[in-house]
Design a protein around this ligand. Structure first.
Ligand code: SF4
Length: 208
């Protein structure tokens, strides 16, 4: 890990109380080390209602990281992000980039399910966001694809509607970021799938 990347990671971990633990590991900060911390997290009230923590999964050296908002019921049951119908649709979209699900990394802003699949609360995002930042600092992907408005707004610190931002490339900490629709929304709005497919074509350039 180069100095800039390690510095970004330590900034991301600041105030989490885990930076010394992660940084002290023999081989440097790793996703596995971070996962051990997150799996035991009790920082917000969602720890009381979740079944499992959904850390995220995929390639630790991924070119692209996909970020949704929070686990749903099936994700909470299985401990995996984007399973079920929305997950299948995401898999199909990923394949349009020319890679497979295992080649990318998939996670959410919140690692625990909000009851009833309600929207994440700002204080929950504030508690959990550092874990996402740490994931990005460790993986340091070539591109980020946010799914739906919450992931985009969390990273960029804005409050934008997805219809206004979708498909407009921007950057987060120097990493190209492309916002697209959340697969759950696409299941309800099939007419938008064409635009999401176009976004996957845009992401092709970031795959080695
Ligand atoms: S949502 Fe995030 S901050 Fe809240 S308990 Fe789960 S891992 Fe911890």
């Amino acid at each position: 890990m180069n100095i800039i990347r390690a510095k970004a990671l330590m900034i991301a971990l600041k105030n989490m109380g885990v930076e010394q633990y992660i940084g002290a590991q023999k081989d440097g900060p790793t996703l596995e080390g971070l996962k051990r911390v997150v799996m035991a997290c009790m920082r917000c009230p969602l720890a009381q209602t979740r079944k499992t923590v959904v850390f995220g999964e995929g390639n630790a050296n991924a070119d692209i990281v996909f970020i949704g908002e929070a686990p749903g019921e099936e994700e909470d049951n299985q401990g995996r992000p984007f399973v079920g119908r929305a997950g299948k649709l995401l898999d199909q979209l990923i394949e349009r980039i020319g890679v497979k699900r295992n080649d990318v990394f998939i996670c959410n802003v919140l690692k625990c399910r909000p009851p009833g699949n309600r929207d994440p609360e700002p204080d929950e995002i504030a508690c959990c966001k550092d874990y996402l930042l740490a994931q990005l600092a460790i993986i340091r992907p070539r591109a980020i694809c946010t799914l739906g408005r919450h992931a985009y707004n969390t990273l960029l610190g804005v409050d934008a509607a997805i219809t206004r931002i979708r498909g407009k490339m921007t950057t987060f900490q120097g990493i190209p970021l492309l916002p697209t629709y959340h697969p759950s929304y696409l299941l309800r709005s099939q007419g938008k799938i064409k635009e999401a497919r176009e976004d996957m074509e845009t992401l092709r350039q970031f795959v080695k």
